[in-house]
Ligand binder design. Structure first.
Ligand SMILES: [Zn+2]
Length: 403
């Protein structure tokens, strides 16, 4: 096995989450057989410090026919509005300039930018998402972003003034092809805005549920910078964001563009150097905390079941599949998972026989297990009535707590 970034073979196994299905492998209830399982193991490269999983589920399996749509979460729409504000404040879009979104899903982000006067182009591999984006009025190419598709876009539309990717740059099976494509396509005075799960915060928050087969790489600014350098790009500014439970937003330019790193970037890089993210110690601690959290959650859920309490998983996000499979929960522990995304209703949570039902169509349980803990405030606000009637909610991460 070789490092996805630098080809080194000095990879160290730092966290084993067991054998797990692809976390978005929702199949209709009654589908015979079990969905396939694959190792879910986190490695760190001793040479370039890139954290990564070992096993690759082919991108054609994960990102063509899938159910994730950005527009279902209000917090995410609001967040994209703030990012769009920041972009139009820093980038002057001329009448022929355009912004490209890599894996722009249903167009939720680009709509925000379009409303602020920019021309936009979405490159999205999911056919449903591409269709939804088109219906919303966002021009979309239904394909994978790589050097080949980038060169076709360059030929037809010219260089991109802005390239945005939210929660996408760590999904890339064709890692080097995609960044070569970005480097080719980016205008000389253009910016890349990348939003990604921030490894130091993922570790700090014990957010092991961010690890799933769709996430191939887990970036610090140090390791991301190492990757970008190989493609003539550099990070010039970065800051933390609360969204998704520990994310980072980075501004990237061509490497030969003059200008100093921002203060915020320098401070974050200094912090990373102290954490020693290329050494196994920090990951050993992370793995121990993840294991302890799992044991605590299993004891809590099975204890409540022994008292006769009915428990539903609240939401069926892909990260929830990691938690449920890591804990070994099944339909004896959780009666069902409830969703508002209709595309998942009537399926089994991957790797389990826990059915997914629409939240409005089942009687509320005694206890919810909140899987989208990163949208905690929004979700708790929606559950005022449930809580007023004595309903309890388990929040699993960063520490197991009951509200
Ligand atoms: Zn490496």
């Amino acid at each position: 096995m070789k490092c996805r970034c630098c080809d080194s073979t000095r990879l160290e196994l730092v966290l084993d989450l067991g054998s797990q299905p692809w976390g978005n492998h929702f199949v209709p209830i009654g589908t015979p057989g079990d969905v396939p399982r694959h190792p879910l193991e986190l490695f760190v490269c001793r040479d370039c410090s890139m954290a990564q999983i070992g096993h690759t589920v082919p991108k054609e399996v994960m990102f063509v026919d899938h159910q994730y749509v950005s527009g279902t979460t209000r917090s995410l729409r609001d967040h994209f509005g703030h990012v769009a504000d920041e972009i139009v404040a820093r980038v002057a879009f001329g009448p022929t300039d355009y912004a490209l979104d890599v894996g722009g899903n249903d167009g939720t982000f680009l709509l925000q930018l379009q409303q602020r006067g920019a021309n936009v182009l979405n490159v999205e591999s999911g056919f449903r998402q591409a269709q939804l984006a088109e219906q919303a009025g966002v021009t979309t190419v239904n394909t994978f972003f790589n050097r080949e598709s980038a060169s076709e876009i360059l030929a037809s539309r010219g260089p991109a003034k802005l390239i945005h990717g939210s929660g996408i740059f760590f999904h890339l099976e064709e890692l080097h092809s995609a960044f070569a494509g970005i480097s080719d396509l980016l205008a000389r005075d253009g910016f890349v805005v990348a939003e990604f799960i921030y490894l130091p915060d993922m570790i700090r928050l014990c957010a092991f549920d961010q690890i799933y087969h769709e996430h191939l790489t887990y970036y610090s600014l140090t390791s991301f910078g190492n990757l970008l350098r190989r493609h003539g790009l550099k990070i010039v500014d970065a800051r933390r964001m609360a969204i998704h439970g520990g994310s980072c937003l980075a501004w990237i330019t061509h490497a030969d563009r003059p200008g100093a790193d921002s203060d915020s970037l320098r401070a974050m890089l200094a912090e990373e150097a102290e954490l020693k993210l290329d050494q196994p110690a920090i990951y050993a601690d992370f793995a121990a905390r993840a294991g302890a959290l799992r044991d605590e959650l299993v004891t809590l859920v099975r204890g409540l079941r022994a008292e006769g309490k009915r428990i539903h998983a609240l939401g069926a996000p892909v990260k929830g599949s990691t938690i449920l499979n890591y804990c070994g929960f099944d339909e004896t522990d959780l009666e069902c998972a409830v969703e508002i995304n209709r595309l998942k209703v009537g399926t089994w949570v991957p790797g389990t026989r826990i059915p997914v039902w629409h939240q409005d169509e089942v009687a509320p349980p005694d206890v919810y297990l909140m899987l989208s803990w990163n949208f905690k405030d929004e979700i708790l606000a929606r559950l005022v009535d449930f809580r007023a009637k004595g309903g309890k909610i388990i929040i699993p991460i960063p520490t197991v707590s009951v509200v």
